[in-house]
Design a protein around this ligand. Structure first.
Ligand SMILES: Nc1nc2c(c(=O)[nH]1)N(C=O)[C@@H](CNc1ccc(C(=O)N[C@@H](CCC(=O)O)C(=O)O)cc1)CN2
Ligand SMILES: Nc1nc2c(ncn2[C@@H]2O[C@H](COP(=O)(O)OP(=O)(O)OP(=O)(O)O)[C@@H](O)[C@H]2O)c(=O)[nH]1
Ligand SMILES: [Mg+2]
Length: 439
């Protein structure tokens, strides 16, 4: 996507395809108000209307046919979403109306906007940084309240402020280092060098840790139910869902293939994965299911490791994949317990006992510990930049002053990549590629 072309005027339908009460066509660029003059008849011409006003009137085809009645909103750059002149047409929301209004705008000299191009222009005009543009995308795509909340914090600049605080501490350390090099005899108090830097390291560690929570909030999490046959995996899946999704029988080895079901858990979209019970078996089909269960455990964000509470305890024949995060669960709490372990959550799929506690434990494991700060990193691009900044800060702490300075400058560069005020064009392109047309 070229950074040139700001001389062109762009147009697109901004609302979702399909029928709706109201639909919007948006036009942005130097010719936006001239295009509006050709398309819209109201009390006065859009080009002679001050910014921040709307007009009521008729949308007209080339031959004067009235396409629809509607509103024209007038924005004058830089006081608009894109920073350019913008005209917006709010019509009745059918594809037929919106299609004709857009076609007329194009005939009057606008060109079709590319995906994300309105927001790209907001970025290029300095109204949004790249992290805020990603937050706009997050708001467009938010499926849950947790996702919306993080995107809204990102757009408000809360994430940028968090990053700026870290940058300020690094800059203070750099100044102290410079003073030490320039005036070695005066000396710089150790706390001026170490204090801000250790604060920066600590804050960066929290920021990096927030990325997992941010990705879970936006993309959701996969939760694998793992355990021996008859542990109660399918029953627990059904109990959490509130309907009978998975087959339950008293016969060990009932579930052979894996099965997925979605639900929202404390604001987070969660995919529950029911798996085959893990045991040694000569049955080839069942053995394939067992291998699959172990690999699903390795790929999950969280494993619920179930053990039958009504039977003597028996370990799994194989270890769970290393790296899997695990919540251990004792099932069938409504039956007399054959064992007890204070570290293990007790639940019953039959009475519902313990399900509330389990939901809380899942929520805490997915979002809680990592997410002390308010605004989280929500994209892999942001997480990568934060990890680079952290590794430079850590390197600086073990180096002599002159070399430490270079690492700190690199850390500041990584932080500015994170907010993306001055990044390579291909990075910008990669971000806006994910947008839809009209945003
Ligand atoms: N109809 C409509 N709704 C929308 C948008 C839009 O473009 N059109 N938005 C976008 O996709 C979002 C709102 N974002 C916006 C951000 C800034 C300005 C704007 O004109 N800002 C000027 C004027 C502010 C003022 O008058 O106080 C400015 O900041 O200078 C408009 C929309 C969500 N809702
Ligand atoms: N009383 C009681 N019985 C349960 C509970 N959960 C499961 N059961 C019973 O335990 C048996 C096995 O339950 P499933 O949910 O099929 O167990 P599973 O872990 O999916 O078993 P496989 O698919 O064979 O690996 C069934 O007879 C269930 O009715 C529970 O909370 N309380
Ligand atoms: Mg099962």
């Amino acid at each position: 996507m070229s950074r040139l072309g700001l001389t062109e005027t762009i147009a697109a339908v901004a609302t979702a395809p399909g029928s709706a009460g109201v639909g919007i066509v948006r036009v942005s660029g130097p010719d936006a108000l001239r295009v509006a003059d050709g398309l819209f008849r109201g009390r006065r011409a859009p080009s002679r209307t001050p910014g921040g006003r709307f007009l009521f009137g008729e949308l007209q085809a080339e031959d004067g046919e009235v396409l629809d009645e509607g509103l024209c909103l007038v924005f004058r750059g830089p006081r608009s979403y894109t920073g350019e002149d913008v005209a917006e047409f709010q019509t009745h929301g059918s594809p037929a109306v919106l299609g004709r209004v857009l076609a007329r705008a194009l005939a009057l000299g606008a060109r079709p906007a590319r995906p994300g191009e309105f927001t790209l222009r907001a970025y290029l005009s300095g109204r949004l940084d790249l992290a805020q543009a990603e937050a706009v995308l997050g708001l467009v795509e938010a499926q849950t309240d947790a996702a919306r909340r993080q995107a809204s914090l990102g757009l408000s600049g809360a994430l940028g402020a968090r990053v700026a605080r870290i940058g300020a501490n690094i800059t203070r350390t750099l100044a102290a280092l410079q003073a030490m090099l320039d005036y070695p005899e005066e000396g710089v108090p150790e706390e001026d060098r170490e204090g801000p830097l250790s604060a920066a390291e600590h804050d960066l560690q929290e920021l990096v840790a927030s990325a997992r929570a941010g990705q879970v909030a936006t993309r959701g999490a996969r939760l694998a139910l793992i355990g021996r046959p008859n542990a109660g995996k399918s029953s627990l899946l059904n109990a959490l869902l509130g309907y009978e999704r998975s087959i339950v029988t008293p016969i060990p080895g009932t579930t052979r293939d894996y099965l997925e079901a979605g639900l929202e858990l404390a604001g987070v979209p969660v995919t529950l994965v029911d798996t085959a019970g893990i045991r040694e078996t000569a049955d080839q089909v069942e053995a394939a299911g067992v291998r699959q269960a172990l690999s699903l455990a390795g790929a999950a964000d969280l494993v619920l490791a179930l053990e039958d509470g009504s039977q003597p305890r028996e370990a799994l024949p194989t270890e769970l994949p290393t790296g899997a995060r695990v919540i251990r669960v004792q099932t069938k709490a409504d039956l007399p317990a054959a064992w007890s372990d204070p570290e293990v959550l007790r639940v019953s799929a039959v009475t519902g006992e313990g399900l509330g506690g389990l939901r809380e434990a899942v929520h805490a494991a997915l979002l809680g510990d990592a997410a002390r700060g308010e605004a989280w990193l929500t994209t892999e691009r942001q997480a990568d930049a934060a990890r680079r900044a952290l590794s430079h800060v850590q390197a600086a702490r073990h180096l002599p002053d002159d070399l430490a300075g270079w690492e700190l400058e690199e850390a500041l560069r990584a932080l500015s990549d994170l907010t993306g005020r001055d990044v390579q064009e291909d990075v910008v392109d990669a971000v806006f590629r994910n947008f839809c047309v009209g945003k």
